[in-house]
Design a protein around this ligand. Structure first.
Ligand code: SAH
Ligand code: DHB
Ligand code: MG
Length: 230
């Protein structure tokens, strides 16, 4: 057995450690559990951040004392709820971009049930069309950005994220390792190519200082990019 070639399932030990982390650090969370249940019921893919990852996003928002957070790619709002919790104490705001109307509808219901309707705005539409309007509406500059939509446009999302952020802002991008597929310059999966192009853009962009951290867990082998806007 090998982890190195497109394993179908997460290694049971990785999943067990995530369960251990949740049992230690993440108490029962009805709002998030119901959000995930309704995502599954709506037929959404099981690709939301894990609770351990989502809590990391909340903690980053808290550590930054973030008041303005941008998310690109809402799905059912699981990561959005964590980000909202990270800004709610300061009456901060999360703007999250989602092009699928069903996803946006389910997310709005999940966000409302989590008590975050006044904190989160779900902006419906293709991110490359809504991002310019975010700038025009003067919602930014953002303290924290979470990039998690279609991997094909990640490099463009990086440019927008930097332009809409303050100095010292943190940009996190999900899924930039993809079980090592980003190593393969001839990979046929456009998501792998998109992540690879994002990573290259991140490396050469003089406006940020960045790293990539690999992760294993219930979401298999993947990784986050982290950038600070200079
Ligand atoms: N951040 C979520 C998961 C996002 S999954 C979580 O962790 O809970 C990716 C989402 O991006 C999907 O809902 C998909 O519909 C959305 N998406 C894909 N392409 C998009 C685009 N061009 N503009 C906006 N949203 C897009
Ligand atoms: C995929 C997308 C995600 O945002 C994620 O966290 C995992 C997988 C995907 O499109 O394959
Ligand atoms: Mg993701």
């Amino acid at each position: 057995m090998s982890h190195h070639h497109h394993s179908e399932q997460a290694d049971p030990a990785w999943t067990a450690v995530d369960a251990y982390v949740e049992s230690l650090l993440i108490p029962a969370d009805p709002a998030l559990e119901m959000a995930q249940r309704d995502a599954d019921a709506a037929g959404m893919p099981p690709i939301a951040v894990s609770p351990a990852q989502g809590k990391m996003l909340m903690l980053l928002a808290m550590a930054l004392r973030a008041e303005r957070v941008l998310e690109i790619g809402t799905l059912a709002g699981c990561s959005t709820i964590w980000l909202g919790r990270g800004v709610a104490a300061r009456n901060g705001r999360v703007v999250t971009l989602e092009h699928d109307p069903t996803h946006a509808r389910v997310a709005r219901a999940n966000i409302e049930r989590a008590g975050l309707a006044g904190t989160v705005e779900v902006v419906e539409g293709t991110a490359l069309e809504t991002l310019p309007k975010i700038g025009e509406r003067g919602i930014g500059p953002f303290d924290l950005v979470f990039i998690d939509a279609d991997k094909e446009h990640y490099a463009a999302y990086l440019d927008w994220s930097i332009r809409l952020s303050r100095r010292g802002a943190v940009i996190i991008a999900d899924n930039v390792v993809r079980e090592g597929a980003v190593l393969d310059e001839t990979h046929t999966d456009p998501r792998a190519q998109g992540a690879r192009a994002f990573n290259a853009a991140l490396a050469r962009d003089p406006r940020v200082e960045a790293t990539i951290v690999q992760t294993v867990g219930c979401k298999k082998w993947d990784g986050f990019a982290m950038a600070v806007v200079k």
